[in-house]
Ligand binder design. Structure first.
Ligand SMILES: [Mn+2]
Length: 332
């Protein structure tokens, strides 16, 4: 981190007594791990930190120290927060409509993120697309502020790095990510427990929705694209909610020979989520942006309203163009 960004974050932390900490809807281990690590550090400074997320906390993240600190927007309605941290979000609206209402016009907003599509909101800002995870950047800030990394902070930051690198399997598994992970383990993070919580435990509903989802598997674009589709009816039959389908996109990508995996799911009537995973040879951030979404080169998503079958066809068309030699120029 540059000493300038470092100074700005130090004065941001010194200049306020009370902080709201937000992250994106449908939070993952990096989003929640980063929020909880920062909240614990701020509370250790004798200040107040409130963590809010627009979505319910996924079961797999409840093992994190102080997971019970994560509140829903309605639980803090009416409170005014003079300073806000927005973590792991490429734009402010990624926090969700209800959480965004907690950010009053004119309050100080800090932006800490590693998404390529970050639109540069907020001040101070620490945006680094080279970072494996937002947890890595939160660590830089805490280190620059002289915060002691205790076992609980270490566990949360480790979960962030482990989660965003897909348990150290994705191309963002850099030497720095591995060194930091080792440092967090030295400070008390528990890799086996984290891996078990993040990947080794599935609810009955999530195993049932996986079973139904796999029956929809298609190999498209001459086998370069693997696609899985989950309809409302399948969610109902499995007794599952959209969070139960988290991670199923990996099965689409795991089909031998594919370069891209796609999951199309109808998360509410007429509301469709697209999840893309790439092997690194296709920029799915660009494909997702064509559907109003975004993310990273190798992992991206979008949410839109419309007909499941129609959006499924459009997504596969866009991927077909992407895998067969690049996308045509944007219209207009
Ligand atoms: Mn992240």
């Amino acid at each position: 981190m540059t000493s300038l960004a470092h100074d700005r974050f130090r004065s941001f932390l010194e200049g306020h007594r009370e902080f709201l900490i937000l992250s994106h809807i449908d939070p993952d281990g990096d989003a929640i791990g980063s929020c909880l690590a920062l909240a614990r550090a701020i509370r250790a400074m004798g200040k107040e930190a409130t963590v809010v997320n627009d979505s319910p906390l996924p079961e797999s993240l409840r093992f994190l120290p102080h997971a019970d600190w994560v509140e829903r927007p309605n639980e803090v309605a009416g409170r005014a927060f003079p300073a806000v941290f927005v973590l792991d979000c490429s734009s402010l609206d990624r926090v969700g409509a209800d959480a965004a209402r907690l950010v009053a016009p004119g309050v100080a907003v800090a932006n800490v993120d590693h998404h390529a599509a970050n639109d540069g909101f907020g001040d101070p800002r620490l945006v680094n697309v080279e970072a494996s995870s937002t947890a890595e950047l939160v660590y830089e800030i805490l280190e620059a502020c002289g915060v002691t990394i205790d076992a609980e902070i270490a566990e949360c930051l480790y979960a962030g790095v482990a989660s965003d690198t897909g348990a150290f399997r994705h191309p963002n598994t850099t030497p720095r990510a591995l060194r930091l992970a080792a440092r967090f383990v030295e400070r008390g993070a528990r890799p086996a427990r984290t891996a078990e919580a993040l990947y080794g435990r599935k609810s009955e509903a999530s195993l049932r929705i996986l079973g139904l989802a796999l029956t929809s598997l298609e190999a498209r674009s001459g086998g370069q694209v693997g696609a899985i589709t989950i309809s409302r009816e399948m969610f109902d039959r499995a007794g599952a909610i959209p969070e139960d389908a988290d991670g199923i996109v990996q099965f689409a990508k795991s089909l031998a020979g594919t370069r891209v995996g796609l999951l199309v799911s109808e998360i509410a009537p007429g509301e469709i989520r697209l999840s893309f995973r790439s092997d690194g040879t296709v920029d799915v951030n660009e494909v997702a942006s064509r559907f109003g979404g975004g993310g990273h080169k190798n992992a991206a998503g979008a949410r839109l309203r419309g007909d499941l079958r129609q959006i499924h066809d459009q997504a596969l068309e866009a991927l077909d163009r992407a895998v067969n030699g690049g996308l045509p120029p944007s219209a207009g």
